[in-house]
Each structure stands twice: as C-alpha cells, then as structure tokens.
Design a protein around this ligand. Structure first.
Ligand SMILES: Cc1cc2nc3c(=O)[nH]c(=O)nc-3n(C[C@H](O)[C@H](O)[C@H](O)COP(=O)(O)OP(=O)(O)OC[C@H]3O[C@@H](n4cnc5c(N)ncnc54)[C@H](O)[C@@H]3O)c2cc1C
Length: 378
C-alpha cells in the first residue's frame, strides 16, 4: 500500500545527525519542525572526541544532565571522560595536552552511535516530528514554500509531502539538498581515513596522535572497553595498498606509537570501511529559504577534532539567527536577505580561521618534507 500524507510545517531539516538534531531541538519550542533521515538508526562511525566546550551547548538545551547521568553498569556507556591527548608531531618527543587548564573542564569520548541515538530521542521528546528511514525523492520551490516529497524506507513505502517555509540541509558531506539545487562543493585535498576497532586494556585513557611519512595516525579509547585506531592519508597515496585488515595492521606496526597500542591491546581487530576526511565546503551556504549546516556546509580535517562541536555550535548560531530575524514567521524578503548575509559571513569567518590553523599545525611537522603527503600541506 502506498498512502500519501501531507505536512505543512515551518522548518524541514534533512539529516538527523549531530547538526540536524541540535538545530531541531533548538527550534522545537518556537517552530513546527520535521527532521528527516535516510537511516532508521545512526550508523557506527568515526568521530568520538567531543570537545569540552560542547558542555555549554548541551547545558543551554537542557541536554547535559541526562547526557552525564550515571548509567547502570550493566548498560553500555554513552561516554568516557577524555583525559587529554598525547601528540607525537614534529618530533619523537611527546607533547601532552591535558584538559586541566581548559575552562570548560573535561571533554568526552562518546560512543558515537549511542550519542546520536540520544540526540534523536531528545528531538522526539521535544516534539519534533521525526521521520526515518526516509528517502528524499523530489524538492521544488514555489509560492514561497519548499515542497519536499519523500518515501518511507519501510515496507509500507508511504509517500510524504512536506510543505516548508525553510529548509536546513544537515545531510553531512553529501549536502544532498544543496547538491540537488546545483550548488557546487569545493574539495581542498584528498584526505581519507582507514580505521579499525579493537579491545582496550590500557589504563592510560588519553588519545594519541602520531605523524608518519604516509600521513598521520590517531588512536582513542571508546566507552565499553573499546578503542579506535585510524590512519589519515591521501586516497591516491595508498591506492590499493590497504585492502584488508592484515595490510592495515602492517602499516600500523610501522608506526612506533600504534605498534605499542596494538601490542598492549590484544584481541579481535575489526577493520572498518574507509571514511572521507577531506576539507570541503559548499560554495553557497544559504539561499532562498534554505541554509546548509554542519558538515553539509563545511567539513574539516579530523586533526581539528572539532567536527561535532562545530556542527553543534553552528546549529545554535543558525537557529539564533532564525529566531532573531523572525523571517520564518512572516517571510519578509529583507529580513531573509539579512539572514543570508549574516549566516554566510559567520561560516566564512569560521572557514578562514580553520584554514589558518590547519596550515600552522601541518607546518609544524617537517620530518618528511619530501614525502608527497607533507609536501602537499606545506
Ligand atoms: C576520520 C574522522 C574522524 C573524526 N573525528 C572527530 C572527532 O574526534 N571529534 C569530532 O568532533 N568530530 C570528528 N569528526 C567529524 C564529525 O564526525 C563530523 O563533523 C560530524 O559528524 C558532522 O555532523 P553532521 O550532523 O553535520 O553530519 P553527519 O554526522 O554526517 O550527519 C548527517 C546525517 O544526514 C543523514 N543523511 C545523509 N544524506 C541524507 C539524505 N539524502 N536524506 C536524509 N538524510 C540524509 C545521515 O544519515 C546522517 O544521519 C571526524 C570525522 C572523520 C572523517
């Protein structure tokens, strides 16, 4: 059976990841919001370090208490307190960044899937109409509204017609909505991440970053006695060298710090698929009654460890601008143009700041100046 349902709403958000959920929760009190995701539940993925400053955002949205609540020991944990980072970058000497001097205190290593489930549930509880799994079929703009047609990914295959005053594209690096509008995405490098998970028996709960000729490695403990180990390199440099777990382990063993981690954490290593990790941005981040948010707008090199925080902070900046201007209520064209200019300016500033820091950080590693990976970044 293929029934049709019609929904008249103020804001449609495409993508129920960190960015989409935070934006939905921030708007739920003042707007009718739908949140659409193609996946019935969040996938297991990379990206576990949640910066201490995220505490402010969780607190402002009344999400912090539940997030930090003590979970009974027979339940899987949502997060682990982050004890900082040990970095082998620029030399073989370790440089430790601990959270003690951070005014926001400790950050977390989250179970990424569990964190996203937590945010999705919070959005539902706050009255956001959530639809997943949902496949987007068609979007068109007419009479000052966006018309979005989507079909549920379940057996029923129900067709949903959404009529929205404003659309937020929070669909991650795919920037599905903006791409359909023909907005180009700029790619600044070819960085890709190869990753594996393994058991964690270490008492040292810091994450580790270590540069190598081919790129750089990191490893971080996860909740529930797991650990992730990741190689960042350019896709054309490894080519077909990492086809399976054995090849990945062989490369990891060639790095002193990763070899130590593998040695101390015996057990089954699960080689996962690769993930795009390159710096990219949309050429246009806001347009006629729409804006892109989080990775959909700008995606960062994981060296920054700030992608989730950026998605959350960006969601609050965007929703604050929407609330301040009020254009989603009266659709005043002048207010809308002011909003577009202000939001574009904010994203530009963040992007310029990011590029500057990325250059400085990569510039500090000079041990392999002739190696292609480092040459490209200096
Ligand atoms: C190797 C690596 C390591 C990283 N490590 C960290 C880290 O330690 N700390 C950190 O803060 N960040 C890290 N990041 C970055 C972080 O994961 C991202 O910045 C963050 O996920 C961005 O959130 P988002 O909600 O914008 O996008 P996403 O998390 O990508 O969410 C997008 C959502 O949209 C949905 N979607 C996609 N297409 C459609 C569609 N057509 N229709 C409907 N729904 C759709 C997806 O299912 C998903 O739920 C890392 C990234 C990489 C690649």
């Amino acid at each position: 059976m293929n029934t049709k349902t019609e929904h008249e709403i103020e804001v449609a958000i495409i993508g129920g990841g960190v960015a989409g959920c935070i934006a939905a929760i921030a708007l739920a009190e003042s707007h009718s919001v739908v949140l659409i995701d193609k996946l019935s539940e969040p996938a297991e993925r990379l990206g576990e370090c949640l910066a201490p400053a995220a505490r402010r955002i969780l607190k402002r949205l009344n999400l912090l208490t539940d997030f930090e609540r003590t979970i009974p020991s027979d339940h899987p944990s949502l997060h682990l307190k982050s004890m900082g980072m040990q970095s082998y970058w620029g030399s073989e000497q370790v440089h430790v960044v601990d959270p003690l001097r951070n005014p926001d205190g400790f950050g977390w290593h989250v179970d990424r899937r569990a964190f996203e489930v937590y945010l999705r549930e919070a959005a539902v509880q706050r009255g956001v109409e959530c639809f997943w799994p949902m496949q987007l079929h068609n979007t068109r703009y007419a009479d000052s509204r966006w018309y979005i047609t989507a079909v549920s990914g379940d057996k029923a295959g129900t067709t949903y017609n959404f009529r929205a005053k404003f659309v937020i594209d929070a669909s991650g690096r795919q920037s599905h909505f903006a791409r359909k509008l023909g907005v180009e995405r700029q790619h600044f490098d070819k960085l890709v991440a190869y990753w594996a998970t393994l058991p964690d028996y270490e008492t040292n709960k810091m994450s580790t970053i270590s540069a190598s000729e081919l790129g750089w490695w990191y490893s971080a403990p996860l909740p529930n006695n797991k650990r992730v180990i990741v190689l960042q390199t350019d896709s054309d440099l490894v080519d077909k060298r990492i086809k399976n777990c054995d090849q990945f382990i062989e490369l990891a063993r060639a790095n002193r710090e990763m070899a130590g981690i593998l040695e101390r954490n015996h057990g089954e290593i699960r080689f996962q698929k690769t993930a795009a990790a390159n710096s990219t941005r949309l050429q246009q981040v806001a347009g006629q009654q729409w804006a892109a948010l989080g990775d959909a707008a700008t995606s960062f090199d994981p060296l920054s460890s700030q992608g989730m925080f950026n998605a959350m902070a960006g969601a609050l900046q965007l929703t604050d601008l929407i609330l301040e201007s009020g254009f989603t209520k009266d659709l005043c064209p002048d207010k809308m143009l002011q909003f577009q200019a202000a939001y574009t300016n904010q994203i530009d500033q963040i992007w310029q700041h990011y590029l500057k820091h990325k250059r400085i950080y990569y510039g500090q590693e000079r041990r392999w100046e002739d190696a292609a990976f480092w040459r490209r970044r200096q």
